[in-house]
Design a protein around this ligand. Structure first.
Ligand code: URA
Length: 488
């Protein structure tokens, strides 16, 4: 019997997901079902512990067996990049109807390839809402996980945190904590499962109870002083504060005790932070395309009105290496692509010699617009000021959050400032990796246009240093790659 016959006889299929966050499994099954023309109302998606469907098979293995065999000449399944991005997040939502919704939208995409652009479509809207609320939950997990130190028998410090996510985000967020606290031994316990990192290997464990996590120890004092120093009075708007830090998290947060004191001193600082507050409240772009559109429309600093266009970064989300330059030059501004002019050519030569594949990296700039002055018919490059770099940091951070590189390479002082939010000396910073605020490794080197401005022996000496920095980056990338392939 062929798949099509199954359908015409009204067969109903039950797909039992091995885990509530297994997007890859859903994707593979959904592709197969679309290829066999199984309409959404003939499929039930069942999570572990979920109840089956009256008309479908009851047991997991029986349900799987009843899926139709793939057709001999499977057709391509259409799924836009936007759909995949949104679907990956939405699949982690706790709504039991999410996998059915994902399949309905995938099914419709076969006939309406631009469906995801229809923001008025109720199913697209619902999918976007699910994805947004999962992103929010992840953001809260990043912000509100608090480790408490426990001494193990072998006297190695072990940091344990308790967190209550709304959605199935724990496994998906493990990499964030691994990067941020790479050298610590830690566990995050949640009612949806736990993750454990021993400095080398990530393990998963069963759901935990609040009592399983330690409470109250010296690490809290550290968090309290950290929180007081970064306290943002703009968040004092009660509504914003409640939505940013819902009360349900307060009981786990030692710094919540400080809030009354902090409120008292907050008003004076608030005015200066209004603008920053507005930016914080702006929705973070969810894709590189949104970053490109947002940066093109951004008028937060005067450079934006200078050049022809904003030059977006280039490369894939998930690239292990992110290379950050200063700002587009004359040729980049014309071409709309980063590092295509003389500095780009020099960079390309050095990357090739170091064995770094530019195509596999994500290449961008700290500032997205070209700043220049006219000299006759020529546009002369002007370095961006600290304020301009800091303003554009919003976009750089958004790119970094989407790409999630393992290692970031800053070319020159402006790039380093864009990433660190402060000025560092290239001479002092080069050669030794630093950590960005989420734990990502940052390497700093000179800007290739600095080499272009030098001559003779000085240029050769700088070229040797540049080559040796790139060689170190290449080596480190290999190590990180290997560590990553060893973790589950
Ligand atoms: N210099 C940069 O910093 N970036 C470019 O894209 C080109 C030149």
């Amino acid at each position: 019997m062929t798949a099509m016959q199954h359908v015409s006889l009204g067969a109903h299929y039950a797909v039992h997901l091995p885990a509530p966050d297994d997007f890859a499994f859903w994707r593979e099954r959904a592709r197969g079902l679309v290829q066999c023309d199984v309409p959404p109302d003939r499929v039930s998606w069942i999570e572990p512990g979920g109840t089956g469907d009256l008309f479908a098979s009851e047991g997991p293995s029986r349900g799987e067996k009843r899926l139709p065999p793939p057709p001999a000449d499977p057709r391509a399944v259409r799924a836009s990049q936007r759909f995949l991005t949104v679907a990956r997040s939405a699949a982690l939502h706790s709504d039991p109807a999410r996998f059915g919704l994902l399949y309905r939208v995938l099914w419709r995409l076969q006939r309406q390839p631009r469906l995801m652009e229809d923001k008025a479509d109720p199913e697209v809207r619902r999918l976007e809402e699910l994805a947004k609320s999962v992103r929010r939950d992840a953001h809260k997990m990043h912000a509100f996980v608090r480790f408490r130190e426990v001494q193990e028998e072998d006297a190695t410090p072990h940091f344990v945190a308790w967190f209550e996510p709304d959605h199935h985000i724990v496994r998906a967020e493990a990499a964030f904590f691994m990067r941020r606290f790479a050298n610590m031994r830690w566990s995050i316990l949640t009612p949806r499962g736990s993750i454990h990192w021993d400095g080398e290997v990530m393990r998963e464990g069963p759901p935990a109870r609040r009592e399983d996590a330690p409470q109250g120890d010296p690490v809290e004092a550290l968090w309290r002083s950290y929180y007081a120093s970064i306290f943002n009075p703009a968040r004092l708007k009660v509504g914003a504060m409640l939505s940013e830090m819902p009360k349900k998290y307060w009981k786990n947060l030692p710094e919540a005790e400080l809030i009354p004191q902090l409120i008292a001193g907050a008003q004076a600082r608030e005015a200066a932070m209004v603008r920053a507050g507005e930016r914080e409240e702006r929705a973070r772009p969810a894709s590189l395309a949104e970053v490109a559109q947002g940066a093109a429309a951004c008028r937060d600093c005067p450079i934006a009105d200078c050049g022809t266009r904003a030059v977006a970064g280039e490369g894939a989300p998930g690239a292990a290496l992110m290379i950050v330059g200063e700002q587009p030059g004359d040729q980049e501004d014309i071409a709309g692509r980063p590092f295509v002019g003389p500095a780009g050519q020099l960079l390309d030569d050095h990357l090739t010699r170091a064995g770094i594949d530019r195509q596999a990296a994500y290449v961008t700039n700290a500032v997205k617009h070209f700043k220049f002055v006219w000299k006759g018919k020529h546009r002369l490059h002007q370095s961006p000021g600290a304020k301009e770099i800091d303003t554009c940091r919003w976009w750089l951070e958004a790119e970094r959050a989407i790409v999630q590189p393992r290692l970031v390479l800053a070319l020159g002082a402006s790039a380093a400032r864009g990433l660190l939010g402060k000025t560092v000396s290239i001479t002092r910073a080069r050669g030794t990796p630093m950590r960005l605020d989420d734990g990502t490794e940052l390497w700093v080197t000179a800007h290739p246009s600095y080499l272009l401005r030098l001559e003779g022996e000085a240029r050769e000496a700088q070229a040797r240093l540049f080559a040796s920095d790139l060689a170190a980056v290449k080596e480190r990338l290999g190590e990180l790659e290997e560590a990553n392939s060893r973790s589950p």
